[in-house]
Design a protein. Sequence first.
Length: 217
Amino acid sequence: MPWQGRASRTDRALVAAILAVVAVGFALRPFKPFLIASHPVLLEFLSGDLVVIGAAAAYARIGEVPLWLVVVAGAVGMVKLDWLTWWAGRQWGQGILRMFTTSERALRWARRAREADPWMVRAAVVVAMVPGVPTAVVFALAGWAGMRVTTFLLLDLVGALAVTGLVAGLGYGLGQHAVDVVLLVDRYASAVSLTLIGLAFALPLLRRLLRSKASTT
């Protein structure tokens, strides 16, 4: 556990909130093939997925939705629950960082960044949405470093708008070609969703079977 000693009410509430977000994310997966064709803006708000943002922008190119709505919904979808990670950093500090990463180099960087100029952490929050950056580590670091939640949310939104704008621009440029791909996915949405649900149930059973065979040999 990321805390020391007995868990407080705040610890339990925060863990429950994080687990609920993870559960909703898994529950949403089978419905993505349906929603990406029929309600792309709603799906990008719910998931904050960059692929969905690009698909919604392609629909904007053919006049189905306004491009500004695609960018705003995508950015809000990306940041809407990031305050939980910030809160985890504020509540548990280095404890949650050790759960997010096992890299000692990343932990050393986090400790140095916490003691460095606050602008370093602020800049890291802005670029945290860029693919390849350890987003959760940066957000937890912001909470651990004592950044105010309003400052964090503003910087987080700025970074999300920049990334969303870039991805939406690419999707808008592709236009009808990207829409055709989305409609193709929608055509086979039932098969895709059933496959995802089947895998979700089959993989744990397969792992259990392999473990039981290994223990008997």
